[in-house]
Design a protein around this ligand. Structure first.
Ligand code: AMP
Ligand code: ZN
Length: 113
């Protein structure tokens, strides 16, 4: 995806502050953090635009991401809890259509909207 900013981040064309990386997944600190810790976890490949595109054929990468999230949270020191969020579409305010999961923590978080 030529015009996808997260693909550009994976390629290194846009700089990012790395939190985690393996063969399939990249995680980096959000440029506009909503809490003291705010990391975005993404598949390196632009397989899915969002949770709305998950199906039986592509769910393996999503399951894999959810095995990585607790590891990242532990590395980030989020021992007292954290929130995992994925915005889907316009009503949720999704701005980047490359599937991603926000890890938010480092403070007591308010109630969900
Ligand atoms: P969403 O609104 O759920 O699609 O999340 C997109 C997130 O990407 C927002 O929280 C933005 O602050 C974040 N973001 C946008 N551009 C960058 C960037 N260059 N580096 C890090 N985070 C970014
Ligand atoms: Zn992308």
């Amino acid at each position: 995806m030529n015009d996808c900013i997260f693909c550009k981040i994976v390629k290194g064309d846009i700089p990012s502050k790395k939190a985690y990386e393996d063969e399939r997944v990249y995680a980096f600190h959000d440029i506009a953090p909503a809490a003291p810790v705010h990391v975005l976890v993404i598949p390196k490949e632009h397989i899915l635009a969002g949770v709305d595109e998950i199906n039986e054929q592509n769910a393996d990468i999503v399951a894999y991401i959810f095995t990585v999230i607790p590891k990242i949270a532990k590395e980030l020191g989020l021992t007292n809890g954290y929130r995992v969020v994925s915005n889907i579409g316009a009503d949720a305010g999704q701005t980047v259509r490359h599937i991603h999961f926000h890890i938010i923590g480092g403070a007591t978080l308010g109630a969900m909207a």
